[in-house]
Design a binder for this molecule. Sequence first.
Ligand code: OOG
Ligand code: MG
Length: 262
Amino acid sequence: MNLDSATIAALAAHLETCEREARDTPKITDEHPGMDWDDAYAIQDEIRRRKESRGHKTVGLKAGLTSFAKMKQMGVTSPVFGFVSDYMSRPDGGEIQTSELIHPKVEAEICIVTKAPLRGPGCHVGAVLAAVDFVVPAVEIIDSRYRDFKFDLKSVVADNTSASRFVVGGRMRDLAELDLRTLGVVLEKNGQIVAMAAGAAVLGHPAAAVAMLANHLGARGQEIPAGTFIMTGGVTEAIAVEAGDAVNVRFQDLGSVSMRFA
Ligand code: OOG
Ligand code: MG
């Protein structure tokens, strides 16, 4: 850790205020170039503590930058982890208010809900598969608080990996009925196909993102509890949206997830 606790608290307050007021900010490593990984996750933890103390429930975990398309789009080389809160959830087919957001983008994500705890180090795809309760599709609406979505990995970790809104939809399925690697995903905006991929785009297998998350938490003495909803990361690059847009994502064997932006 290179930052003191007062600086961590101040940066968490700054980033969370930007989120709540839909204001952007330069990336925080500009002012704090010595910020390390532990500092970045400590800022994210402080944002989580602030939300929970305000009565918001943490309702899921997310992996981000897990697909080559996303890493390439954002110019980074490794995944990051964050959380989602109850107030970020929107119903399938519902409306998302863009006035509450800065510069939203949508991502198609294969999600896993666990039925057993997962703890690293040493967690692997096989261990994750044994702990899957069911698979369900979602669309994540990310909204980096950083100006023009320009950030480095530590800044985006501190900003809770751009978490903003998410829509769980389609239909849940047993893992045994699916091949998560070949599961096709087609993302449509205003009736046009704008991106497509298969599940293997996420680290070769979406369960690998969950294993990485368990190993990341294990290194910090934490685990993924049973019953956790986990978003494994966008399978394609993220697509910018604005008021008036309609998004529909078709997931092979899992139905579709849709929303309108107002
Ligand atoms: C960081 C969050 C990325 C994903 O699924 O890749 C993410 C960002 O690109 O702003 O959630
Ligand atoms: Mg995402």
